[in-house]
Ligand binder design. Structure first.
Ligand code: GSH
Length: 227
């Protein structure tokens, strides 16, 4: 059985609502390599999709020779290694470790609570999860000064944009949709997160990231269905 793909360019199987897929979009945009996107409707996946990714998840990246990569972080690292001139991963091993540690922090201390708020069973659980999210954001905000080699930022590694920025910004992007759903302050209005907010602004201004973002309304509608 065949499945849709470009004959001449890499093909990214994408869903605009998916933060993991957004990582791959940003990395591909950074590379400047022409690629095609095939949008997958996650609520009604095409019958052929398991041929691309037996796990049924996006993103997946089909290379020109037919080999397929899955798992967003591995796709981002593959792109950074295929195009070393982009310097998306620092050469220094300790800085590589810092990139990975920052991603761990975001994955463990922020992301679960973003989705946790949507899935909370009652108001009390929602409030507790919201507090955990605020604590996680403050923690991550503090890590910028530790990791950044330049005090002015704006990126995780200071003036160098890296895999850490690519991997983490999609989850910050989804927060406002969650805050809209629960009627709380928007990300830009939160206090005590100045470094994190400056980082998000700098990321959003990048040519690779601006077009990768999902409309807030689309996210809100999707998250309503989660509840
Ligand atoms: N660990 C995976 C997670 C990808 C993932 O969970 N994608 C979701 C959308 S955000 C998906 O495809 N879900 C469809 C499904 O599980 O059926 C990655 O980093 O690529």
């Amino acid at each position: 059985m065949s499945y849709p793909h470009s004959e001449t360019k890499p093909t990214l199987y994408n869903a605009v609502i998916c933060p993991y897929a957004q990582r791959a979009v940003i990395a591909l945009n950074e590379s400047g390599v022409p690629y095609e996107k095939v949008d997958i409707d996650l609520s009604n996946k095409p019958a052929w999709y398991p041929q691309v990714n037996p796990e049924g998840k996006v993103p997946a990246l089909r290379l020109n020779d037919g080999r397929i990569l899955i798992e967003s972080l591995l796709i981002v690292e593959y792109i950074s290694e295929t195009y070393p001139q982009l310097k998306l991963m620092p050469a220094d091993n300790f800085e590589k470790y810092q990139v990975r540690l920052f991603i761990e922090y975001m994955s463990n201390k922020v992301t679960p609570h973003v989705y946790g708020i949507i899935r909370a069973k009652d108001a009390e659980q929602k409030e507790q999860t919201y507090q955990k999210l605020m604590d996680g954001l403050k923690f991550v905000n503090g890590k910028f000064t530790e990791f950044s080699t330049s005090s002015t930022g704006p990126y995780v590694l200071g003036d160098r944009f890296s895999v850490a920025d690519i991997a983490c910004i999609p989850f910050i992007d989804r927060m406002d949709a969650v805050f809209m759903l629960i009627g709380s302050k928007r990300f830009s209005e939160l206090e005590g997160l100045e470094r994190l907010k400056a980082w998000a602004d700098a990321c959003h201004a990048r040519k690779s990231i601006a077009p990768s973002r999902c409309d807030l309304d689309v996210l809100v509608e999707r998250y309503k269905a989660f509840r």
